[in-house]
Design a binder for this molecule. Structure first.
Ligand code: FES
Length: 212
């Protein structure tokens, strides 16, 4: 259960307990007044018992009803697991790329060569359609992590295999309408309006990242 749902549950239970307490006090008070006016003390005692029993059973019923409802608002474990993907980088050689799935989308992970890192960092930002420093797009220069979906109309660009056409800027080439991305995944030529997005990710070890 996430912290937000825990707080929500506590808040709902607190409201319920408050209402339960107030209602109990009011009903007991009203009944006491009635009982003082009445000569039928035995009947009053029986009413107390009936009131409290009804409130308790009602409270239990509400709590029983609400628990599955609140629990259903909490994301299931398998849904949470699908939201993140851990990837070991240890088998990726310099110059090699792999593709993994994250939330049903391809994610490109490339271990860049020193030449590719230099190419990406020496680009004049003024020449870029969607200006971004290479250093803003990586956590460690040799590792580039990108969503592998062309920002024009959503094709998956080529460039992951050694034998692929990597376009005019030595990165990725989208054959659908001819978009060229550089070795930082930035759009350099063609109709795509923006760079290949960098998904949220973090290093969780020397050679493991968690995407999402
Ligand atoms: S979808 Fe990639 S260029 Fe059109």
């Amino acid at each position: 259960m996430t912290l937000a749902y825990f707080y929500l549950l506590i808040a709902v239970l607190a409201i319920f307990l408050f209402c339960y307490f107030v209602a109990t006090r009011v009903w007991i008070r009203v009944d006491k007044i009635n009982r003082e006016k009445s000569e039928e003390n035995n009947k009053g005692t029986r009413r107390d018992f009936l009131y409290l029993s009804s409130i308790s059973i009602g409270g239990l019923g509400v709590a029983t009803f609400m628990w599955p409802f609140l629990k259903s608002m909490n994301p299931a474990e398998d849904t949470l697991a699908l939201g993140t993907t851990e990837v070991s980088l240890s088998d990726i050689a310099v110059g090699q790329s792999i593709t993994v799935k994250w939330r049903g989308r391809p994610v490109f992970i490339r271990r860049r060569t020193p030449e590719e890192i230099d190419e990406a960092s020496e680009v004049d930002l003024a020449s870029l359609r969607d200006p971004a420093e290479d250093s803003e797009r990586v956590k460690e220069p040799q590792w580039l992590v990108l969503e592998g979906v062309c920002t024009h109309l959503g094709c998956v660009p080529l460039g992951q295999k050694m034998s692929d056409n990597k376009g005019d800027y030595n990165g990725w080439f989208c054959p659908c309408h001819g978009s060229h991305y550089d070795s930082s995944g930035r759009i350099r030529k063609g109709p795509a309006p923006t760079n290949l997005p960098v998904p949220p990710y973090e290093f969780v070890g020397n050679d493991t990242i968690r995407i999402g």
